[in-house]
Every structure is written in C-alpha cells, then in structure tokens.
Design a protein around this ligand. Structure first.
Ligand code: BG6
Length: 483
C-alpha cells in the first residue's frame, strides 16, 4: 500500500454531503487519533469565503458530534486548524491554480482528492487538477455518485478520469460498502464454515434485498427526478449487496480478489423481462409514522413519470444460483426505514415429524444492515412438553445483535471508513470501473424494457409498501416480502 496522503482536497466542501457526512467523519477520525498527524485539509467550493468563514461552517456541522461524544473544545480546535479554504469554480479549470499554489510542495507527500460535486463538474475539475499539478503519481481521486446516468455517460466519465488518473488511483465511492454490516457479510460467509456449503441453489430458495426509506425528496428535487429509484439505489448500493451475497469465495482479502469475484456476479445478471419482472411506483399523499405527508408530485411541483419505488426479480445466471430468484425492492416514503438481506432456505427434503402433527418452516437468515445491525437465523425447535397430543415445533430466532456483541466498540459512519481508506490508499471498499459498467448494463436494459413496454409508475400511498403489483411480483412465486 502507498504511504498515507498528507493532504486531503475536499471539493464541494460547503455542500450537504460534506456538512452531514464528510466533515463529521473526518472529525470523528481525528478525535480518535486516526488521521495522519500532519494531515492538512483543503476545502474548496464556489462560495467566496476564507479559512475563518469556512471553519465557522464546519464548527456548526460538528457541534452535535462534540456534544454526542462529549469531546473537549480543544479536539474541535485542533481539527479546525487542519482546514484551509480555497474558493474555486470547478467549472473553470484555471481557478484551480490557487489550490495548486496552496498545496505547494505538500503534493509530493501524497494528496487524496474527494469530488463531492455534480458529475458535470468532474471533467473540468480533473482538467483543472492536472493544470494545477495536482494529478501526479502521488495523488488519488475519489468520486461520489452518480457516475453517469447510463452506461454511455458512465463510460464517458470513466474515460475522462482515466486520461489523468489510472484505475489504481481512482476510488469510486459506494457508501454502502463503508457500512459495517455490509462488510460483515464477508465475515459471515467466508469466516464460518456453516453457511458456505448451503449457500447455493441446492439449499437456497430465494434471496430478498430491501432498502426502504421513510423520507421523500429531501430537497434534492432535480437530482432525484432525473434519476429515479432504479438509478439512485439499485444501480449502485443494491447491486453491490447482491454481488456480495452471490459471489464466489475470494482467495485472499485483497482489492483485486474481491472485486474480481463481484464483477463476475454482476456480469452474470440475466437481462430482465421488464414487464413481468419489474414493478415501478410513485408515492401519492399519505402518512408515514402517523405524520401526513404530501405526494411526490406535490413535493416536486410538476408532473413527472419518475419512479420513487422499484421492485425487480433478478437472476444470476451461473451454476451456483440457477433457479434462485433475487427479489430487490427499494422506495421512498415506505412505512419504515430498513436495509436488509433475507436468505430463504428450502424446506428439509423429508419431514419425519409429519405423522406426528408438526409443521416445519424452512430456515431463514435475515441480515439487517440498518437501522439495527443484526443477524438472525430462524430455526425449528421443539416446544417443551410431553407431546401426548403430537409433537409441537416452533421457529425460534438465533440472533446476533451487533450492538450487544460489540457494545464496547463505537459504530462508525460509513464515510469514516471510506475516507480513512482513501487517505491510506486502500482500494478494497471502492468500486472498480468494470463493476460500475456491468451494473449500468443491467440497469440500462431494464429501462429500455420500461420504454418498450410503455411502463409508467403505479401510484402507492405514502406509508405503504409500494404498489400492489410489487406484492404480486413475489406472491406469484409463492413468496412473501419480509415486511
Ligand atoms: C444515497 C441516495 O446514495 O443513499 C439517497 O442518493 C438515499 O437517495 C441514500 O437516501 C440512502 O443511504 P442510507 O445510508 O441512508 O441508507
């Protein structure tokens, strides 16, 4: 691994992601003494302000964490002293000269660059970085989504990046990979002998992946209305989850070995029959958690055919997964916020209890990513008793609650992990170009299917689990969503 970068450039520093996630993450890392001792952070955005002005903005964003973690004022002051602000207009490459001058000779000690800007600014920013001497072999570049709107635009961005930053120095962010329980999937699957022999079409009946949100547009109207749920959530986070669930065992814990296995899965995704295997929805007015909320079109203020809910039945066409459907669904304004993976096992081949009146339920493994982080395996167990009227068996959960099992370890924001890995040059939890492009290929084909079949979103009232057709999508196969 390269030496840790001694300089971090934060583009889009006054933006929402920076204030909500990036600055708090960097602060959290600093408070724990995890940042390189001399790390200097250059924040940049179009806003005309100076070090003092930006530090005020940062302070406001960090105060809640200070309180939460009961940190001393000098921890905050030490962090703020690391930050300098250099205004730049990323759409005008020449304005990045000042940033180059500010970084000066520090560039030789490694520079990590984080682009949290609109993708339309990626190209000019990269040109500006090159002109300012900030693209040399000691620099690495992290890019936030969306990396394009389809395969063609994603390839265009990737080509523009690749002209200046080779793949080994390009770090594409999918913040789901920074989540602890997502990484724990690797531990669960490949750190235990228990599951792997059963982790295939012989023993697994289907897989469900749900990422449900209670929020609506959250002010990101034009971004979301351009993207829709399929491209906002399935193209990246959900396909990454699917890849981690479905991939073969990598031989080593290395960026290449893990990403090689993930991309094989992504390339094995069967082209969907959009009309039969996908459902799209858009929320209308309703209530979430007893709070009345407006419909999507009212929030947006104009007509729109964008989906705020999508469910698909996907297939991984390889030996391991032949005949095992992967049901994916995500949406805004659903009844609860949860991200979870359900592995539904098949029934036992023969039940010896049948003649004694007991009904067996097949085993089910539920991996909850958020808000709770836990892993639950439901198993059949005998109800205590003398069994004079027949044997009674019941499902009981075998549960690992991460909060209890690791009560002494602080749960970190996904971006803490990703920013530290970027600074240290560790690429395993970043998405490689071939993965992103395989993801887009699958997604583009679904969207083509929607157009071909003239599909438009069906309404669902806010606070429900999407349109009725999403329920029918699984019920047809005798499967019920795990609500
Ligand atoms: C982002 C999407 O990538 O992920 C948002 O753009 C979504 O629309 C968010 O709300 C969900 O992230 P998390 O970590 O809250 O599940």
């Amino acid at each position: 691994m390269p030496a840790p970068a001694q300089t971090l450039l934060l583009f889009g520093a006054t933006g929402d992601l920076s204030r909500r996630m990036l600055l708090p993450s960097l602060f959290g890392l600093d408070a724990d003494g995890l940042l390189p001792k001399d790390l200097c952070i250059f924040a940049t955005a179009r806003t005309e302000t100076d070090d003092a002005g930006f530090r005020e903005t940062a302070k406001t964003a960090l105060e809640p964490i200070m309180k939460d973690r009961k940190l001393d004022r000098d921890v905050l002051d030490r962090f703020l002293a690391r930050i300098h602000y250099v205004p730049a207009d990323a759409s005008k490459p020449e304005t990045l000269q000042r940033l180059g001058e500010a970084v000066g000779s520090r560039r030789d000690q490694g520079v990590a660059i984080f682009l949290s800007t609109a993708p339309s600014l990626f190209e000019p920013t990269i040109a500006g970085l090159e002109q300012a001497g900030l693209a040399g072999p000691e620099t690495r570049l992290a890019l936030e989504k969306p990396l394009g709107q389809d395969l063609a635009s994603s390839m265009e961005i990737n080509d523009a990046v690749a002209r200046v930053f080779p793949e080994s120095r390009t770090f594409r962010i999918d913040h789901y990979l920074g989540k602890e329980t997502v990484q724990n999937l690797l531990a669960l699957r490949f750190g235990n002998i228990l599951f792997e022999p059963l982790w295939n079409a012989t023993a697994i009946e289907h897989v469900q992946i749900t990422v449900s949100e209670t929020v609506g547009l959250e002010g990101r109207t034009s971004y979301f209305d351009d993207m829709g749920s399929l491209r906002d959530m399935v193209q990246n986070h959900m396909l990454q989850l699917l890849a981690l669930v479905a991939m073969e065992a990598p031989a080593q814990f290395t960026a290449t070995a893990i990403r090689d296995e993930k991309v094989k899965v992504l390339r094995s995704l069967r082209k969907l029959d959009a009309a039969k295997e996908s459902v799209i929805g858009q929320y209308t007015a309703g209530a979430v958690g007893a709070q009345p909320v407006p419909g999507y079109l009212d929030e947006l203020g104009k007509p729109s055919g964008t989906e705020t809910f999508v469910a698909v039945k996907a297939h991984v066409d390889n030996w391991r997964w032949q005949g095992v459907p992967f049901y994916l669904r995500t949406g805004k304004r659903l009844p609860s916020r949860k991200s979870e993976i359900v592995i539904q096992f098949k029934p036992v081949p023969h039940s010896m209890f049948e003649g004694r009146g007991a009904v067996l339920q097949p085993n089910r493994l539920v991996i909850s990513i958020q808000p709770e982080e836990n892993v639950t395996l439901t198993m059949m167990s005998k109800v205590p008793g003398l069994d004079r009227d027949g044997i009674r068996l019941r499902e009981v959960p075998l549960q690992i609650g991460m909060d209890n099992a690791f009560a002494d370890v602080r749960r970190r924001i996904a971006y803490e992990r990703l920013l530290l890995d970027l600074i240290e040059g560790e690429p395993t939890l970043f998405v490689r170009r071939d993965e992103v492009e395989a993801q887009w290929e699958f997604i583009d084909a679904i969207r083509e299917g929607w157009t071909l079949n003239s599909m438009s979103p069906r309404n669902y009232p806010a606070g429900t689990w999407g349109p009725a057709a999403a329920i029918a999508l699984t019920e047809r196969d005798g499967v019920t969503w795990n609500d």
